[in-house]
Design a protein around this ligand. Structure first.
Ligand SMILES: *[C@@H]1O[C@H](CO)[C@@H](O)[C@H](O)[C@H]1NC(C)=O
Ligand SMILES: *[C@@H]1O[C@H](CO)[C@@H](O)[C@H](O)[C@H]1NC(C)=O
Ligand SMILES: *[C@@H]1O[C@H](CO)[C@@H](O)[C@H](O)[C@H]1NC(C)=O
Ligand SMILES: *[C@@H]1O[C@H](CO)[C@@H](O)[C@H](O)[C@H]1NC(C)=O
Ligand SMILES: *[C@H]1O[C@H](CO)[C@@H](O)[C@H](O)[C@H]1NC(C)=O
Length: 471
């Protein structure tokens, strides 16, 4: 290895001390293409954005940078907002833009807009205007209670008017569609274009917070009304997302009911709680994993070890993202919450109890390893060869750069030589995340044949980015 600076020499010495085996060759095949990526993201729903907004200006900026900055943070490309359905803002409720029944489904609507939306207006504006985030996914957990069979936005119930759900008050499908269009219109008026719209969250779960049941067929009944309502409002570019089921197989199970509205849908969305994304969903649309987290585990900042819940370790999340992308064909992977207080791993970044600190976990840096270098529009390409114990993936970005991820779950250190057919690397960089590094640049050596070599420590994630003469 031709190492020029002291730190690289030190790294090489460390690598030698680890007694490296011969380099493993990873061959990237740019002619074998898979899904196109939309990216990575988080949510600040249920008033979590209020917690961020309440921080001191310095900490607020630090937290925003950690989420959206491509050089000092994760560079997330997707923000998932919550569309309120509650009659009030008590506890962590997301208040509806029509908290009171206007008198029936065909009565003139009585919308109320506070231009704040639990600080999601502030957060979205920052993300879009300061950090150039382009994908805003607005997602309703439920319709307001008066539109539902159980007259409550919580505790399940169904939208009045979908098959098998009739109500004395009438059919609310069109009113719900127009209500969602109005929410998007408010955002458009303040300069934030919502690009994706979801009308269900975990429709397979009845719970004490905002929740609404739906089968695939019932979702299709509503999509037939929602799509034309969006088009009438000139929101033709907005993609309808469905259905954010609680687990992957549950979402797979809803697909047959959606067959008839395939043309009206834009994105298929599922969560990974009850079942992980390990196989693809049968659709021609991009598929997103839109919510997953170590919900209740004790707070940990560790990568491969450390105190707290092992389900929150960064390396585990790097592995999960890799599997969802390579096995389940996902175009996006979202954690649940980005920033909030509290002692669990339900978020990537913790606000300390005294609110004087914002603490990033290694989960954030695991996401950063993906998100910074696999940008919206990147196409996943074929690879062969992998160090023992590692997961390997590769993408060609829109700017021509090729990003290769090596997630090494094993404890053995090694080195890799990346070869891309028909692509002569001009320069290359590698970034390391492990117990002691957070996406830090390390040595990547371009050989005379254009291949690139880098060290992959045990229990680490290394992203290698190659730039060709042509790119
Ligand atoms: C991102 O972070 C870098 C490094 O701290 C900083 O120079 C840059 O201004 C930040 N970008 C934005 C959009 O705030
Ligand atoms: C939002 O979309 C409209 C219509 O396509 C477009 O005219 C406008 O420039 C977009 N605004 C932003 C901030 O991207
Ligand atoms: C939609 O666009 C058309 C053509 O620009 C315009 O005439 C119409 O008023 C728009 N409708 C709405 C609801 O904005
Ligand atoms: C993967 O997703 C893309 C859309 O992003 C789709 O066209 C393709 O058919 C999917 N492949 C598999 C194997 O499901
Ligand atoms: C991945 O995350 C680790 C933090 O553990 C960091 O050291 C490394 O630089 C990251 N890699 C990239 C490519 O961002």
């Amino acid at each position: 290895m031709a190492l020029s600076t002291g730190i690289f020499a030190a790294l090489a010495a460390a690598a030698c001390a680890l007694n490296l085996q011969a380099a493993t060759t990873i061959t990237v095949d740019l002619s074998k293409t898979y899904q196109t990526m939309d990216g990575f993201g988080i949510s600040e729903t249920f008033q979590r954005a209020n917690q961020m907004h309440a921080l001191s200006p310095t900490l607020q900026r630090y937290a925003l940078d950690l989420l959206f900055n491509r050089t000092s943070g994760a560079g997330f490309s997707i923000l998932r907002n919550g569309i309120g359905s509650s009659p009030d803002s008590a506890s962590d409720h997301m208040v509806s833009i029509q908290p009171k029944n206007p008198g029936g489904p065909s009565s003139p609507p009585k919308y109320v807009w506070d231009a704040n939306d639990n600080s999601q207006v502030w957060l979205s504006t920052e993300a879009v205007q300061t950090y150039d985030l382009r994908i805003v996914y607005a997602n309703a957990w439920s319709a307001p209670g008066y539109m539902k069979t159980n007259n409550n936005d919580a505790n399940g119930g169904s939208l009045c008017g979908v098959s098998g759900a009739s109500c004395a008050s009438g059919d609310w499908k069109k009113a719900y569609a127009e209500y969602l269009v109005q929410y998007l219109t408010y955002y458009r008026e303040i300069g934030v274009n919502i690009t994706h719209l979801g009308f269900l969250n975990e429709p397979d779960l009845t719970t004490s917070y905002a929740s609404m049941r739906s089968s695939g067929t019932q979702a299709a009944d509503f999509v037939k009304v929602l799509r034309p309502a969006l088009d009438r409002a000139n929101l033709t570019d907005v993609k309808v997302a469905c259905c954010d089921a609680e687990g992957w197989s549950s979402q797979q199970g809803m697909m047959s009911g959606l067959k008839g509205v395939e043309d009206m849908l834009g994105t298929i969305t599922g969560h990974a709680y009850t079942n992980a994304p390990t196989s693809s969903i049968n659709t021609r649309h991009p598929v997103w994993q839109t919510e997953n987290a170590d919900l209740q585990g004790a707070w940990t900042t560790g990568f491969a070890s450390g105190s707290g819940s092992t389900a929150g370790l960064g390396l585990l999340w790097a592995e999960r993202i890799s599997d969802a992308i390579t096995k389940a064909n996902v175009s996006a992977y979202l954690y649940w919450v980005g920033v909030q207080g509290g002692a669990t791993n339900s978020k990537l970044i913790r606000i300390s109890d005294d609110k004087t600190q914002v603490i990033a976990s290694k989960r954030l840096w695991a996401f950063a390893n993906w998100s910074r270098h696999v940008r919206p529009g990147a196409v996943r390409v074929g690879t062969s060869g992998s160090p023992t114990g590692a997961r390997v993936s590769a993408f060609r970005n829109g700017d021509g750069r090729v990003a290769v991820q090596v997630v090494q779950s094993g404890s053995g250190a090694g080195s890799v030589s990346v070869q891309v057919a028909g692509f002569k690397s001009k320069s290359a960089k590698a970034w390391l995340t492990d117990e002691s590094h957070n996406c830090e640049e390390q040595a990547a050596t371009v050989g005379s044949d254009g291949s690139v070599s880098a060290v992959v420590p045990g229990k680490s994630m290394v992203t290698i980015v190659l730039e060709s003469d042509a790119s």
